[in-house]
Design a protein around this ligand. Structure first.
Ligand code: CTP
Ligand code: MG
Length: 210
């Protein structure tokens, strides 16, 4: 049981930039759509007005800030902070760094020093995972438009999990997370995403409940 709580906590901290980075466009997005209004061969929009250039980069930026803060706070706090008996608060992406392919390629070139500033590494990790997540979000909109689902209408599972899976896959070459993180985060992120959208709907931040 404690092991499960520990994985829940570790994986939640791990994907925190992705959660915030994916939510950020709802508040910070707007302006020109990425597809510039263009249509696909089926006569429907490529992505739709819900995917904007500003929203995309604002999300990547927010993800980078959160990732950097996680490492920074982790450096200021003791390496591991026991919360409740054996449960430990770990704020470190760099613990997984040496298993990543990017680190290993850089070490062959004796250039792994590029990744030695942990706050910058956290920012890079957060923005890379959010970049991947928001690419997943675009893929999701592309699939929705091709399936005839209008902008803003829900597509269960794709809406809640596309960004998570893309984000985690994109960051894997840099920070090779353990598989339990994904297994635990699929149900957690699914439920949280629906919860966050309902909250946004009832507080008037967004027009659709899902
Ligand atoms: N948003 C944005 N730019 C992005 C992603 C999102 O500006 N790259 C903003 C848009 O205002 C969007 C809102 O965040 O309406 C919510 O995002 P999302 O639910 O992903 O978009 P939808 O409007 O539901 O569009 P789609 O059906 O294509 O997913
Ligand atoms: Mg939506």
């Amino acid at each position: 049981m404690e092991d499960l709580v520990q994985v829940l906590l570790d994986s939640a901290i791990f994907v925190l930039p992705l959660w915030f980075g994916n939510a950020a466009p709802t508040v910070l997005g707007g302006g020109a759509p990425i597809d510039r209004g263009r249509l696909w061969r089926d006569g429907k929009r490529i992505l739709g007005d819900g995917k904007t250039i500003r929203g995309f980069w604002a999300g990547v930026f927010v993800g980078g800030i959160i990732g950097g803060l996680i490492e920074l706070i982790g450096l200021l706090l003791p390496i591991t902070l026991p919360i409740n008996g054996d449960i430990i608060l770990r704020l470190h992406y760099h613990t997984f760094l040496e298993s990543g392919i990017i680190f290993n390629l850089l070490s062959i070139l004796n250039a792994e020093g590029f990744l030695s500033n942990f706050t910058l590494l956290g920012a890079l990790t957060g923005s890379l995972m959010t970049f991947g997540g928001l690419i997943g979000d675009l893929v999701g909109s592309f699939i929705k438009r091709r399936s005839g689902i209008e902008r803003g209408k829900p597509f269960i599972f794709l809406d809640q999990l596309g960004f998570l899976i893309f984000g985690m896959v994109f960051v894997f070459p840099l920070i090779s997370w353990p598989i339990e993180f994904l297994l635990v985060q699929v149900p957690i992120t699914f439920v949280l995403h629906i919860g966050a959208n309902l909250f946004g709907y009832f507080t008037g931040i967004q027009d659709e409940p899902l």
